[in-house]
Design a protein around this ligand. Structure first.
Ligand code: SF4
Ligand code: SF4
Length: 315
């Protein structure tokens, strides 16, 4: 079972986009000839809400869930991290596949619910909200397409319970789309912002500790009631995580800052930058002095010119 996000040549996704009025012919039920074939060879990306549901079902923390049941991947080069299901040791099957079906059926991930439909989310650069359309995944082994049961994609989504899943992962999808649509003009996100994105989206229990920390409390103003609610409720905390990321990654202010603490933080950062620049200048001077002592010209030592793409100061 795979859930490609965009149709590519050779992909089982039929490269036509539909709205949710599109009628499909499909039925999956125990006893069908291909029972479990889709779960025997998986490539399943997880949404943050999938993780919240699955770690609760397993009764473990998000940190343990990520370590034991997932592998990270890059949604785009040097960009944002995603998380996929880790299959069984030395195999391709899902770890929750049982002869009678899915062991986590009530809490199965979004991609499993959607199959054989693929969700395609899009966002225009000048729009904040995303629009959804759908494609059909037609894999040769899946006999569900041969069963004579017709229903619209809207009905299929309702039947499979994806509406709640889509709604509670929407903030994450918007962040991903926003990053993709801003593209390389914004540049590669720093390691720190990528780590922050990973923690806030996927490791909700670590994010809870972060929100509960003194450093967070110093910078962000949270009312006692709001904080208690966030500490007690994973789903609320997840929605807060998306707001937090919109603020720190894209400057969309929605969480009140302690202005004095924010100013102090900026001053600390500027002081640290000045220290780094002073240290770099010192090292450069030392290097120049050493080269001159050894009789190596500035040009040979690569000191006179700007790096590639810049102009030579001595031209
Ligand atoms: S979670 Fe369930 S439905 Fe999804 S791949 Fe695993 S066994 Fe199949
Ligand atoms: S009908 Fe398709 S989705 Fe259902 S078990 Fe078979 S391969 Fe999987």
């Amino acid at each position: 079972m795979s859930q490609p996000e965009i149709p590519i040549p050779g992909s089982p996704v039929v490269p036509t986009m539909y709205d949710d009025n599109k009628e499909i012919q499909f039925s999956c039920h125990q006893g069908i000839g291909c029972w479990n074939a889709c779960c025997a060879n998986i490539d399943i990306s997880l949404t943050p809400y999938d993780i919240v549901r699955l770690k609760k079902w397993l009764g473990i923390s998000s940190t343990e869930f990520l370590r034991e049941y997932t592998v990270p991947y890059e949604m785009e080069k040097d960009g944002i991290a995603g998380v996929k299901f880790r299959p069984i040791e030395n195999g391709t099957a899902c770890r929750f596949m049982r002869p009678e079906g899915c062991a986590v059926y009530e809490d199965r991930p979004t991609a499993c619910r959607y199959y054989p439909v693929a969700l395609l989310s899009m966002r225009k650069q000048d729009e904040y909200t995303d629009t959804q359309s759908y494609a059909i995944v037609q894999e040769a082994h899946c006999k569900g397409h041969e069963v004579n049961r017709r229903l619209t994609i809207a009905d299929y989504r309702r039947e499979q319970g994806v509406e709640e899943y889509d709604e509670l992962a929407r903030g994450w999808r918007q962040l991903v789309l926003k990053k993709k649509s801003t593209g390389p003009a914004i540049g590669t996100p720093s390691l720190k912002s990528r780590q922050l994105f990973f923690m806030a989206c996927y490791d909700i229990d670590t994010f809870r500790d972060f929100v509960d920390s003194a450093a967070f409390g110093k910078l962000f103003k949270l009312g006692a009631e709001e904080k208690a609610m966030l500490m007690a409720d994973d789903v609320e905390l997840l929605q807060f995580a998306f707001r937090f990321l919109r603020q720190v990654l894209f400057g969309e202010k929605s969480i009140e800052l302690d202005e004095a603490a924010a100013r102090q933080r900026l001053a600390n950062w500027q002081a640290r930058q000045a220290e780094i620049e002073a240290e770099a200048a010192k090292q450069r001077e030392e290097y120049e002095r050493k080269m001159l002592e050894e009789g190596i010209s500035e040009e040979d030592a690569g000191l006179g010119c700007e790096p590639a793409g810049g102009s030579c100061a001595r031209d």
